[in-house]
Write a protein that binds this ligand. Structure first.
Ligand code: AHR
Length: 492
């Protein structure tokens, strides 16, 4: 058993964790929307006007702050007018990227309804690759305007007299690739054009520009330089990073496992570069923030033919937990992250199979970590060693993150033991404050390759963690490949 000791500095506060870091992303891809969200009113699967209830109930418990839609690559081939009005007359369209017919039964009004059911703020991504400026601008009008116009009358006729007031608007997705194969200068000029009209339609919307990917890190700098004096049109730059490409979801070696966790270092490098750049282009009156609106694991089993379905195991939960600890280090510059994708696609929070559904180990990371949202990240030190992965990257022997919620005088600590075979005894001391009570949960499984399925949904779920505590210290054991979440009520 490893022994690790640490100290949490209760007054050394780094910055506030944006609640939006715990957001998510869903796309018209594979079984994400149909039948992950939409089963139709006539389905035997319990639904609320077409939206399946089991999925909505599971997601409501996570209180996801924001949900990005309709893509992904799909967004730059999506024409929003196809997805409004009577469902029986909506056109069937060609889904260019994911090779499945698009019925358009789930459109803007259904998405907004779904967001309201689960309590998430909508984040819409407009079509720049194959759409028009007027199409993007009029989508903003349809969603947000309160003027009496043809489009707002249409919205009312479709059931929503009041504006949706969508705050987050993406201006294209991966426009260097599936979103139009553009170069950053061309995209920069188009962006100014789109953003000008979208912003003028609803001045309070927040605009999110397509950002880089690790293979094209130069994109962000060239894009921002191209904008010249129009930086006020960019509220955020959205970068994308997928990990585990080429690796298998279940058939991997211990070395592969550590290499996957080591790839979090690449996210770190990308975040470091993007946050520094956005700071350089920010002014005292206009800050440009960073969003990572696609991230997560992508194994070789997730192919277009499989609807990007992959098994989401305990390994994914460890990966997600370490990623969130990294995101906490980038407060306040990192404003939102959206793991890909919500249902039945890639890392997934929820899986469905006919009328059955289950939540994944990654879902439980969102559940255990949501208490960090809005908290202040605390400084800490610990004597955990650093492990070198076979691929030469570094991961901590134990990773810890602590946040403080002043309103409730509560500290939340999450700790990850990534090691495959060794448990760790973790002793933590608070420098100044005293502990009045403690409660903890732990997520782990006998095998790191274990996963939940709709037919076998409870293989992995959180259990109570045995935490010993005294006035100023606490101690608990982290089993191999486990994630713990502890809340401390504090007193003077
Ligand atoms: O999430 C799957 C795809 O990955 C998205 O459609 C695209 O934006 C990215 O390349």
């Amino acid at each position: 058993m490893n022994q690790v000791k640490g100290t949490i500095y209760t007054n050394a506060r780094k910055g506030q964790v944006s609640e939006y870091i715990y957001s998510n992303f869903m796309e018209h891809l594979g079984r994400c929307i149909y039948p992950g969200v939409w089963v139709g009113e006539n389905s035997t699967i319990p639904n609320d006007n077409g939206i399946r209830l089991d999925v909505a109930e599971a997601l409501s418990k996570l209180e996801l702050p924001a949900l990005r839609w309709p893509g992904g690559c799909f967004a730059d081939n999506y024409h929003w007018r196809d997805g409004i009005g009577p469902r029986t007359t909506r056109p069937r369209r060609f889904n260019l990227w994911w090779h499945q017919p698009e019925t358009n039964e789930f459109g803007t009004d259904e998405f907004i309804r779904f967001c309201r059911m689960i309590g998430a703020e909508p984040y819409l991504c407009a079509n720049v690759g194959s759409g028009t400026v007027e199409e993007a601008r009029s989508w903003v009008e349809y969603c947000n305007s309160s003027q009496d116009t043809e489009l707002t009358r249409l919205r009312a006729a479709n059931g929503s007299p009041k504006p949706f007031n969508v705050r987050f608007w993406g201006v294209g997705n991966e426009n260097w690739g599936c979103g139009g194969g553009m170069d950053p200068v061309y995209y920069g000029h188009l962006y100014r054009n789109y953003a000008t009209y979208m912003r003028k339609t609803a001045p309070d919307i927040e605009l999110i520009a397509c950002g880089s990917h690790p293979r094209i890190p130069e994109w962000d700098g060239i894009f921002l330089e191209t904008l010249k004096r129009a930086h006020h049109l960019v509220d955020y730059i959205a970068i994308h990073i997928y990990s585990a490409r080429g690796m298998s979801d279940l058939n991997y070696s211990d070395d592969d496992y550590y290499d996957l966790l080591g790839q979090i270092q690449i996210m770190d490098e990308q975040l470091h570069r993007a946050t520094a750049l956005c700071r350089a282009y920010s002014t005292s009156t206009h800050q440009i923030g960073v969003i990572m609106d696609e991230w997560g694991t992508w194994y070789k089993e997730a192919r277009t033919e499989t609807g990007l379905y992959q098994n989401s195991t305990m390994m994914d939960a460890v990966f997600a937990a370490l990623s969130f600890h990294l995101f906490h280090e980038y407060v306040p510059d990192l404003y939102m992250t959206n793991m890909a994708q919500t249902i039945n696609v890639l890392q997934s929070l929820v899986l469905t199979e006919g009328p059955l559904s289950c939540v994944t180990p990654t879902y439980y990371i969102y559940e255990l970590f949501k208490r960090h949202r809005g908290g202040t990240v605390l400084d800490l030190s610990c004597n955990a060693a650093t492990l070198e992965t076979p691929g030469g990257k570094k991961i901590p022997e134990v990773s810890i993150s602590a946040t403080y919620c002043a309103e409730k005088d509560i500290m939340h600590i999450t700790a990850v033991n990534p090691h495959l075979s060794t448990s760790t005894n973790l002793d933590l001391t608070l420098d100044l404050r005293h502990i009045s009570s403690v409660c903890g949960k732990v997520l782990t499984s006998a095998k790191v390759r274990n996963y939940n399925t709709p037919k076998n949904p409870d293989v992995i779920k959180p259990a109570t963690l045995d935490v010993r505590h005294s006035d100023k210290s606490l101690s608990f054991i982290l089993p191999p490949h486990s994630v713990a979440a502890i809340s401390l009520n504090l007193t003077e």
